[in-house]
Ligand binder design. Structure first.
Ligand SMILES: [Zn+2]
Length: 411
């Protein structure tokens, strides 16, 4: 029997004891336990997806061993998100301080989101007020306390709300961020990345923090440049995460969309997901600079911009696959997203670099073409990794996202 288990912050005593024993045995980060309303939001953002993945019965492609994956939120500092493997147990941990930062980022962006463009025929961006606080949170210069995060989240509709008479808001953005992070980490285990990194590449964990990435990109491994090997795993996990998020939104299995009865506009809903992608792009590009990862990157293009562009590209592809009016949706979504990125750039300069790589009806910009060329290089490495991933990956009894084309393509 496969196990895809999440220890939610409000877990009962038996579950807490089980995780606490695991934490002690393997010296894992301390779990976050709470019954608070905000802990419920951490849960409701991804609860049904966890149930679905558990029911999907993943088994290892090589040998048929069922997956044993445990995930939880930790109150320890210094963790964005990370995967590790202990005997045959995979452990995925999400850091509370990082999530609290995301809560406040969403809250600071509330006024911009409330003024977001809605008119398809004449979408225009509006000037927004510069927000120095937002910049400091993005740069991780301002810690966000539990009390502050609680206060923000208590003003949102309660977790697990269904069809309240409200529209989308900052809570939607937070749910999208959480879902992207969770699906990305789960993908590292399911797709075999954690197995390869720990089993073949000699790492002790697969972490998202820039320092960990920096330490993991020294020299060559198995005849492949180590930095591009790691980047190919990240791009693969991004692909898994974004298709999962878009898939669930398009199918109406979207916890944030379900909360808001007034949310009946798919373009507007996907616009929030795009904003989530811009936030990660900015967070990643800023930490690249702070930890000076650029020497490891070829062509001088930070991967944050590539990851952003790929999020947007995969989203457009998924819409094209699933919606009959895909041309309408993608065209207007591109227009509105561009307006919103401009508004975000008024609030904080750091968003400005995304203007040149946000898809528009005018086609690819030179910056996008350069990123495409860079992606092709990483794709070659990704393909060279397939035999290793095949060894470690887990296959579902059925693919929950029903996507026939894996990334990178096998042939
Ligand atoms: Zn990752």
């Amino acid at each position: 029997m496969s196990s895809f288990h999440v220890y939610w912050p409000d877990a009962h005593e038996v579950e807490r004891a089980e995780l606490n024993a695991l934490v002690q045995q393997y010296r894992l980060p301390v779990p976050y336990w709470s019954q608070s309303a905000t802990a419920q939001h951490f849960k409701s953002a991804i609860f049904w997806t966890a149930i679905e993945l558990d029911a999907t019965h993943f088994v290892r492609a090589n040998g048929g061993v069922p997956i044993d994956l445990r995930a939880y939120y930790s109150s320890a500092s210094g963790i964005d998100a990370r995967c590790s493997k202990h005997d045959d147990i995979y452990v995925v941990v999400f850091g509370l301080p990082f999530l609290r930062r995301l809560v406040k980022i969403c809250h600071r962006l509330g006024p911009v989101l409330n003024r977001r463009p809605r008119d398809y025929t004449s979408a225009v961006h509006l000037e927004t007020r510069r927000d120095p606080v937002l910049r400091r949170i993005l740069f991780d210069e301002l810690a966000v306390s539990n009390a502050e995060a609680d206060k923000i989240m208590n003003a949102w509709p309660p977790a697990f709300t269904e069809f309240a008479d409200i529209g989308l808001g900052e809570f939607t953005l937070f749910y999208d961020l959480v879902r992207l992070v969770w699906l990305h980490e789960w993908a590292h285990v399911i797709c075999g990345h954690t197995g390869v990194a720990l089993g073949d590449l000699g790492l002790t964990e697969l972490g998202e923090a820039p320092k960990m990435r920096s330490a993991a990109v020294q020299g060559d491994v198995l005849g492949l440049p180590h930095n591009l090997v790691m980047q190919s795993l990240e791009l693969h996990a991004d692909w898994y995460a974004i298709r999962g998020c878009v898939h669930d939104i398009l199918l109406g299995r979207d916890p944030a969309g379900t909360m808001a009865a007034q949310a009946n506009d798919i373009v507007d809903r996907l616009l929030f997901l795009n904003v989530a992608c811009t936030i990660f792009a900015v967070l990643w590009s800023m930490s690249d600079e702070r930890f000076d990862l650029r020497p490891f990157l070829e062509y001088g293009h930070p991967p944050a911009s590539l990851r952003y562009l790929r999020f947007r590209t995969f989203q457009r592809q998924k819409v094209a696959e699933k919606l009959r009016n895909a041309a309408f949706v993608n065209k207007h979504l591109d227009d509105l997203s561009m307006c919103l990125v401009q508004m975000l750039a008024y609030a904080c300069d750091e968003f400005e670099c995304l203007l040149g790589i946000t898809p528009t009806r005018m086609g690819d910009t030179p910056a996008m073409l350069r990123l495409d060329a860079y992606e092709n290089r990483v794709t070659v490495i990704g393909k060279a990794m397939w035999h290793l991933l095949d060894k470690w990956k887990f296959e579902p009894s059925r693919d929950p996202y029903l996507d026939p084309i894996p990334w990178p393509p096998k042939n």
